[in-house]
Design a binder for this molecule. Structure first.
Ligand code: ATP
Ligand code: MG
Length: 305
């Protein structure tokens, strides 16, 4: 089964799977999980002129160049249909470039099986129901580390850590499908964190979460930073970006139109508007009251007075 997907031999440029349920049949095999300590300067993700087409008419990504180094926290933003999820799916091998290259930790992704990339990159799916495949929350969260071949002790430790981080210990024996959407989303997040990969991609992690749940996620992000993980977060929430993510990449119609500091992006109102994005609320407030402040967050705004 494995070889069917090696190097994307099943179609011109797309692996024939669209959800985690399909993925589980092929993803994890014999390879033992590895999680070597990264050199802080090491390039984790390197897209070199990456272009992807779903068909001759639908060019989802065009000539993307980007580099993300170990330990960076990067936001990926853009209007609906701008190509964010398509790019995320390249990182864990669900898609691979039509032309150009994507290097993950220096290895050409198109030479890697999904099972090999699963040791390096964990992807939170935009819709948790595409990801959840077990009938018990604890089993769902243990699925990744078990299949990566981690010893039982390490698996238990990672599972307990992930369940606790997302306040899921009371639900560990529950069927995830009996939980509400935001709880299922937390289960999906815990499931990818328990894999303990060096690179983690979150596709719209805060959508549908309440402020308490967003706070849990922010605390987890801080822990990931402390542990040197590389994190890419797809989001439409500009306040979240302003408060938590120093670097932002912006896509527009499949092209990268900005890659730099989030502060610089939020001062470029013309670009934001052309990408159908609104600046963070604090920036809008400053504009409304004709303030010259560069504050992006409520704390910075208050400090300015
Ligand atoms: N499986 C697919 N088959 C054909 N076209 C697709 C497929 N998935 C996405 N597309 C198209 O590719 C483009 C990029 O879609 P993608 O889902 O990557 O955007 P996105 O930025 O994640 O959007 P959103 O913010 O709505 O999640 C869009 O034009 C979309 O309609
Ligand atoms: Mg998307």
């Amino acid at each position: 089964m494995d070889t069917v997907y090696t190097g994307g031999s099943t179609g011109p440029n797309k692996r024939p799977l669209d959800c985690w349920r399909t993925l589980i049949r092929i993803v994890f095999h014999h390879d033992q999980g590895t999680n070597k300590k990264m050199n802080p300067k090491e390039i984790q993700v390197h897209a070199d002129n990456l272009t992807f087409k779903y068909s001759s008419e639908i060019i989802a990504l065009q000539n993307i160049f980007l580099k993300i180094i170990a330990g960076e926290r990067v936001a990926l933003i853009g209007h609906n249909g701008s190509g964010k999820t398509t790019l995320a799916r390249h990182l864990n091998g669900l898609l691979y470039p039509f032309s150009g290259k994507l290097w993950i930790q220096g290895i050409d992704s198109s030479t890697q099986r999904v099972s090999q990339l699963a040791k390096k990159v964990a992807l939170l799916f935009q819709n948790p129901d595409d990801q959840i495949c077990k009938r018990v929350v604890r089993d769902e969260v243990a699925f990744g580390p078990r299949n990566l071949g981690y010893p039982k002790e390490k698996t238990d430790r990672l599972v307990n850590w992930a369940l606790s981080d997302f306040d899921l210990l009371p639900f560990q024996r529950t069927n995830p499908h009996d939980l509400g959407l935001s709880e299922r989303k937390r289960v999906a997040m815990a499931s990818i964190l328990s894999m303990d990969t060096p690179i983690i991609v979150f596709d719209e992690p805060t959508a549908g979460l309440d402020p308490y749940e967003i706070r849990l996620f922010i605390t987890t992000l801080q822990r990931l930073k402390d542990r040197g993980k590389t994190v890419l977060i797809i989001t439409h929430d500009m306040d979240f970006v302003a408060e938590n993510i120093p670097r932002t990449i912006c896509l527009q119609n499949g092209k990268k139109v900005f890659d730099g500091s989030s502060r610089e992006l939020f001062s470029n109102h013309e670009l934001l508007s052309s990408c159908r994005l609104l600046p963070p609320q604090v920036v809008r407030l400053s504009i409304h009251f004709q303030q010259t402040t560069t504050a992006m967050t409520p704390e910075e705004f208050i400090d300015g007075f």
